[in-house]
Design a protein around this ligand. Sequence first.
Ligand SMILES: Nc1nc2c(ncn2[C@@H]2O[C@H](COP(=O)(O)OP(=O)(O)O)[C@@H](O)[C@H]2O)c(=O)[nH]1
Ligand SMILES: [Mg+2]
Ligand SMILES: [Zn+2]
Length: 305
Amino acid sequence: MTQREGLILTGINNIYSVFSEGFTFLCEIKGKKLKGLDNVYNPLAPGDRVRFSIDEISSNKGMIFERIKRSNEFSRWNNKRQSPQTIAANIDYLICVASAGNPPFRPRFIDRVLVMSNPETEILIVLNKSDLGISSSIGERMENFKNIGYSYINCSAETGENIEQLKNIISGKIAAFVGQSGVGKSTLLNILYPGYNLKTGEISVKHDRGRHTTNYSRLILENNSGFIDTPGIREIEIFGIEPDQLGFHFREFNDYSQDCKFQPCRHDTEPSCAVKNGVEKGLIHFDRYESYLRILSGLIQRGSY
Ligand SMILES: Nc1nc2c(ncn2[C@@H]2O[C@H](COP(=O)(O)OP(=O)(O)O)[C@@H](O)[C@H]2O)c(=O)[nH]1
Ligand SMILES: [Mg+2]
Ligand SMILES: [Zn+2]
């Protein structure tokens, strides 16, 4: 029996495409469960490295018996299944795509992506559909992201604005594109990586009677780089963060939180809170603080972190 290491490209209905030494193998998980990975929505995500054995009879099939330790992951809480769901693993770049309109700009979605991103993963906020016009309130919120230390660019898949720049940024990297449905992820990827004909403009349909949706994340490799297209994310539910720790994931709060009277401070109803004081003085963006409070109350309500 031959054993190998491979890279998960995609998984559909528990059949995983595993890329290894120039070939793609269709693999299942040996014994249906991977050791130590019980309470998760999906034990394997695009970008995961695995050890698998190749079937002796049909050589394009195999059995995965181990997931190699991840260097990072982008995950969310799956409310329906009440378990963590990994969207992409071992990525070099997290590209958070938003749109200037149609669907409306949702900065709080971006805030949530930022909270769930690993500090070691490079992150870029891309405001697509700039051709629709960037209102002053959108521009101001985007400036704030920049002021607190996140990179962002405006672009348009329609007019080509800044597409070359985006191409240069992700060149040689594995980049995961995340963002609400309809912001233009697949359209951008079709321009950045021509030839894969990713479906665009699809209206997400609620599937009835437990039928499996055809929407799934997949990793596409091209030379030394590649991308993960992630369809169908409506919301990013936060998990894995204690309520007392949430403030540390809003990086601009850290300039103030050491001066809060209570330590730890949830920056909510506590008196003499330096973060709230910062919001009142306009040093911290009010909308970021609103985002923070919503996530905080969500975490407390759910009661599991
Ligand atoms: N006006 C405008 N429309 C765009 C742009 N990029 C994508 N779209 C349109 O937005 C819709 C959704 O795009 P799609 O790539 O499927 O979004 P995804 O769900 O994020 O993958 C499609 O109808 C695209 O043609 C853009 O830069 N400007
Ligand atoms: Mg898409
Ligand atoms: Zn505080």
